[in-house]
Design a protein around this ligand. Structure first.
Ligand code: G3H
Ligand code: 13P
Ligand code: ZN
Length: 307
């Protein structure tokens, strides 16, 4: 099937009251895990590539991997640039067949974020891509900022309305208390659902939740049991993800949970198969673990059976 845009995939999700996972890839095995999971779950999917993933794999290679695998399955797949900050990198994705780009101007002051997003929207829309923008900043425990600074970083609902109207972005990433990586909370997870409700009520664009990995306890335990040192890692509980979807989130970004699944499975495999040195067996164990996580996420988000 030819690639779809995030705008199309998320509009369908909104109509069907579910969300679609955006899973980050940077190589063969992660892409296989994402595409095979989507086909087996009959789920739409967003394949996300960061600028550093593109630098790692090479833009032609990554585009060919995703496009070739997506053509063999019959569910909607989008090829999306995650956290685009560099103008030339965004233009490269547009030229190489990405169907959606994120422009992340979230660290800029409001006016600069608006003007830079407007420029990307103008170019990307004329090439047929959809655009995700971000308003508000994601801060985690590693950022070591005060409670009031943390609060100030969250998306302001009134600004969000103005931002979407002025930029014409198709989808908007919001900050409601999640953060990237494996160390999201000290103590209980705390998301600002009232804020999300207000944003969803006022904003026409589809909404995106970044930093949505759950840091699955059994996977973390396995990784640590086989030598990882990841104590204190904490993610967003699955029930909080479902509540966010219920309130209007239609794209849920997941990278850390795949990294952890790969790490736990390959550590276990190496630890229990000391005589095996075939990279396909080692990375293959990681691939199967990531695929299982992705399938479970699709079920959690309600996208299984919707492709
Ligand atoms: O939000 C960022 C993603 O987890 C990608 O991270 O830049 O290390 O590829 P990365
Ligand atoms: P996690 O680090 O929680 O997986 O978030 C990934 C993300 O937001 C990618 O844009
Ligand atoms: Zn993100």
């Amino acid at each position: 099937m030819s690639l779809a845009t995030n705008k199309e995939i998320q509009a369908d999700a909104r109509r069907g009251a579910y969300a679609v996972g955006a899973f980050n890839t940077s190589n063969l095995e992660i892409t296989q895990a994402i595409i095979e999971a989507a086909e087996e779950e009959r789920s739409p999917v967003i394949v996300a590539t960061s600028q550093s993933a593109i630098a790692y794999a090479g833009i032609e290679v990554l585009a060919a991997l995703v496009r070739t695998m997506a053509q063999k399955i019959s569910v909607p797949v989008s090829l999306h640039l995650d956290h685009g900050t560099d103008f030339d990198a965004i233009m490269g994705c547009i030229r190489h067949g990405w169907t959606s780009v994120m422009f992340d101007g979230s660290h800029e002051p409001f006016a600069k974020n608006v003007s830079a997003t407007q420029e990307i929207v103008r170019i990307a829309h004329s090439a047929g891509l959809s655009v995700e923008a971000e308003l508000g900043r994601l801060v985690g425990v590693e950022d070591q900022i005060s409670v009031s600074e943390r609060e100030a970083a969250l998306t302001d609902p009134e600004e969000a309305v103005r931002f979407v109207a002025e930029t014409g972005c198709d989808t908007l990433a919001v900050a409601i208390g999640t953060s990237h990586g494996a160390y999201k909370f000290q103590g209980e997870a705390k998301l600002d659902f009232e804020r999300l409700e207000m944003i969803a009520r006022g904003v026409a664009a589809q909404l995106v939740l970044h930093g949505a990995s759950s840091v699955i306890p059994e996977i973390l335990e396995k990784a640590n049991a086989y030598g990882a040192q990841l104590s204190g890692a904490k993610g967003v509980p699955p029930e909080d993800i479902q509540r966010a979807v219920h309130l209007g989130i239609t794209k849920v970004n997941i990278d850390t949970d795949l990294r952890l699944a790969f790490t736990a499975a390959t550590r276990e495999f190496l630890g229990t198969h000391p005589k095996i040195f075939d990279p396909r067996k080692i990375a293959g164990a990681g691939r199967e673990a990531m695929k299982a996580v992705i399938k479970a996420k699709m079920q959690l988000l309600g996208s299984s059976g919707k492709g």
